[in-house]
Design a protein. Structure first.
Length: 132
């Protein structure tokens, strides 16, 4: 479970950390804004997606999920600010999502026996009590 949580954290926070280190004039306000957006999308959409797809956690699935979550991020960004600006940055968002999906797979899934155990787990249905 620790690696899965770390996978979500790394996938969500790599972008604001890289921007903090590389971009001149990038202050704590922008770090907080970007981190809130990436963490928000990861928690609100990523965790349920992980739970739904836990049987299919290959590298390709993680990459596609990262890009799908980035598309959700573009939509949320567009609705919150300006859709034209969101579309202009949409390609960058998809690349960021691809990288996030790859990082999630490397940290959380790759050679993780607990994820393999999750993939084999079955959900047992709740039995109804028989009337009588």
């Amino acid at each position: 479970m620790y690696r899965i949580v770390c996978g979500f954290v790394v996938a969500a926070l790599w972008l604001p950390v890289v921007q903090w280190l590389v971009v001149d004039g990038y202050n704590g306000f922008w770090f907080a804004c970007v981190a809130a957006g990436t963490l928000g999308v990861s928690v609100i959409f990523g965790v349920p997606l992980f739970l739904a797809l836990r049987r299919h956690l290959g590298a390709g699935c993680c990459l596609l999920a990262g890009m799908g979550l980035a598309a959700v991020g573009v939509l949320v960004f567009g609705l919150a600010t300006n859709m034209a600006a969101a579309m202009r940055w949409g390609g960058v968002f998809l690349i960021v999502g691809l990288i996030s999906g790859a990082l999630f797979w490397l940290v959380a899934v790759w050679h993780n026996p607990r994820v393999q155990k999750l993939a084999r787990a079955t959900v047992t249905p709740i039995r109804r009590a028989r009337p009588g």
